[in-house]
Design a protein around this ligand. Structure first.
Ligand code: BDR
Ligand code: CA
Length: 321
């Protein structure tokens, strides 16, 4: 069973991802950071969600702003102002873990050295700071699975995705960390959608599935209105799916290729873009040095079995009570 620490910004699709992690993985903690909503709100959402799903894991609040201190971005247009609109989550009864998210990250990785996978589905601020603070962290992590960036179309900007634009300098640190990285871009996740049939199945399920259905209906409506996309995307759940054990999710649903990925940290219209080398160059030596691919630093998702991915997510949600 994959030992997973979830670092995200719940967020509707983050909430789906956490629920899937509860079903597929050994979830050992959550760091709730800025992105879709302020960190206070995402932390409250994470706690409320844990209580709904019956997860007794530490939930720590992550950073409120990017490393460079830019004003926190917002996903209110898609997720509602408090981060998970459409789902009546009860006010949490439990308390947040007293540690800052960076400390929870480091201590959890130390405790599970060699085993821990970090699922990164919000801003990269906390993981980047943790990597800087604890020089052994990179060697303790088994892998990082990221939903973010894009090799094509973006959401926050024409060619940039919110999770990277929220803190490009942090994302650049993560991309260069030297930890095995599975990286799933927005150009792919925007095509994996729950439609009416899947939402109806969730509505016929238990409390968790029904709550997710409410949020996903809201999400679908917002995606339809803003981007003309017909369906509720499950972006962040795909980062968890990528590391789910084969007894939970059939292997081969996602296909990755070793690729170089650079984060654009300049200010201006390209800020937050990810440059993913998809040229498929076979003979780099025959190119002038400045046109050769950089050494691969990520495994980038290039193909997905959409039907299998959607089925796995729906099955996970309806199996939770
Ligand atoms: C990403 O942006 C956020 O709004 C979602 O939660 C997801 O992590 C999709 O680009
Ligand atoms: Ca997210």
């Amino acid at each position: 069973m994959t030992k997973l620490l979830f670092v995200g910004d719940p967020g509707i699709d983050d909430a789906v991802a956490i629920s899937c992690a509860a079903r597929w993985c050994d979830l050992v903690g959550i760091v709730a950071t800025h992105g879709n909503a302020p960190a206070d709100a995402t932390a409250r959402n994470a706690l409320a969600l844990c209580e709904l799903v019956g997860l007794a894991v530490p939930v720590a609040r992550g950073c409120a702003r990017s490393i460079m201190g830019e004003p926190a971005s917002s996903g209110a247009a898609l997720h509602g102002g408090a981060g998970i609109a459409g789902a009546p989550l009860a006010e949490p009864k439990g308390e947040l873990d007293p540690r800052p998210g960076v400390d929870l990250l480091i201590e959890t990785a130390r405790a599970h050295a060699g085993e821990l996978v970090v699922a990164l589905t919000g801003a990269h601020t906390d993981l980047a700071l943790a990597l800087r603070l604890e020089p052994h962290l990179a060697s303790w992590l088994r892998a990082i699975t990221v939903m973010g960036g894009t090799a094509g179309i973006g959401n926050a900007r024409p060619m940039a995705c919110l999770n990277i634009l929220a803190d490009p300098e942090a994302a650049a640190i993560v991309a260069a960390a030297g930890v095995p990285l599975l990286w799933i871009g927005y150009e792919l996740t925007r095509t994996v959608l729950l439609g009416e049939a899947e939402l109806a199945r969730l509505e016929a399920g238990g409390r968790v599935a029904r709550t997710m259905a409410g949020a996903l209906r809201f999400y679908r409506e917002r995606y339809r209105r803003i981007y003309g996309i017909d369906g509720a995307p499950i972006h962040d759940a795909l980062a968890v799916l990528a590391v789910a054990p084969p007894e939970r999710v059939p292997p081969g649903v996602l296909r990755f290729e070793p690729t170089s990925l650079e984060v654009v940290c300049t200010h201006g219209p390209a800020r937050g873009m990810t440059i993913v080398d998809r040229r498929g160059i076979r003979a780099p030596d025959e190119l002038p040095p400045d046109r050769r691919p950089l050494p691969p630093n990520v495994h980038y998702a290039v193909e997905i079995d959409r039907r299998a991915a959607v089925e796995a997510v729906v099955e996970a949600l309806v199996s939770l009570r």
